[in-house]
Write a protein that binds this ligand. Structure first.
Ligand code: HEM
Length: 274
């Protein structure tokens, strides 16, 4: 491409990546970023094929862009593995994510969402991300990982610190390392606390049992817990935040999804109405 390289750490790109993706899809669907040395596929069929062909498109050593991530984040995460290691770990989780179990979790999520909204009903105002989108994912994750209510904010704070990026920051910062270490220390204590309790069928229970039966190493268990704390927290919060923003910007779309439109951004100083 003749235009400047796409910078995934540029907040301008992150704010609205879709025009970049569209341009790549049209002009350079198998794009190689020379500056940072990564490939980017933007067509569904290519992504689908790559996901299924782990021999050609390995995950090991290929998930984080930062060259120093491996040294600074020492616990192994199964997201960065390929079969058979990956299958060994994923097999443990299959019984925990059946449609029935997900239905129960969905019911819980709906109930908790209403509880989070309840205090704001009388004023009709809430900070969509602060009061709901940032809280509900950790609340649900806490069921899977048995994180007590009073510890959820600090776990979320560590996860947020770990993934926080200043504009154009392209290496691992002291804040990122502090967040990672905070999570590692928290989960070391958490596992030690539950080591002798019987497996209760939770994700935490399955991981501890895997360690006890030597299916996973202790470091892999801590790495998996850190991964869940990050993956279950920021993706969902940001998707919900982006969804609210888009509905706010596109009132007709908001009507289509059955809600009354959110108010004009300028009129509420960034606080969305219920
Ligand atoms: C809108 C929400 C979410 C999005 C967009 C999302 C997106 C993704 C993507 C793209 C990957 C593949 C990354 C890669 O292979 O490099 C991934 C993997 C993963 N996600 Fe999510 N995710 C979301 C929610 C969650 C939640 C709620 C959890 C946990 C409860 C979670 C846990 C994981 C885990 C453990 C992996 C690694 C899977 C593996 O390697 O087998 N994600 N996610």
């Amino acid at each position: 491409m003749t235009s400047p390289e796409l910078d995934p750490y540029d907040h301008g790109f992150q704010w609205d990546p879709y025009p970049y993706y569209r341009r790549l899809r049209e002009q350079d669907p198998v794009y190689f970023n020379r500056q940072r040395g990564f490939w980017l596929l933007t067509k569904w069929a290519d992504v689908h094929q790559a996901f299924r062909d782990f021999k050609t498109f390995a995950s090991a050593g290929a998930v984080a862009l930062e060259a120093d991530a491996v040294d600074k984040f020492p616990y192994p995460m199964f997201i960065s593995t390929d079969p058979p290691d990956h299958s060994r770990v994923r097999r443990l989780f299959a019984p925990l994510f059946t449609p029935e179990k997900m239905k129960a979790l969905e019911d819980y999520t709906r109930k908790r969402t209403l509880e989070f909204l309840q205090p704001h009903l009388s004023s009709g105002r809430l900070d969509f991300v602060g009061d709901l989108a940032a809280r509900i994912p950790m609340d649900v994750l806490a069921v899977l990982l048995r994180i007590p209510a009073h510890e959820q904010d600090s776990v979320r704070g560590f996860a947020d610190d770990l993934i926080a990026r200043e504009d154009k920051q392209n290496d691992v910062s002291p804040r990122n390392v502090a967040g990672y270490m905070g999570l590692a220390q928290y989960f070391e204590r958490h596992v030690a606390l539950h080591l002798s309790t019987p497996n209760d069928g939770s994700l935490l229970g399955a991981l501890i049992q895997a360690e006890t039966e030597a299916v996973m190493s202790h470091a892999e268990v801590i790495g998996a817990l850190i991964l869940f704390a990050i993956a279950g927290n920021e993706t969902t919060t940001k998707t919900m935040g982006n969804l609210a923003l888009r509905l706010w910007q596109h009132p007709r779309a908001a009507r289509v999804v059955g809600r009354r439109p959110l108010p004009d951004p300028a009129s509420r100083g960034g606080v969305a109405a219920l």
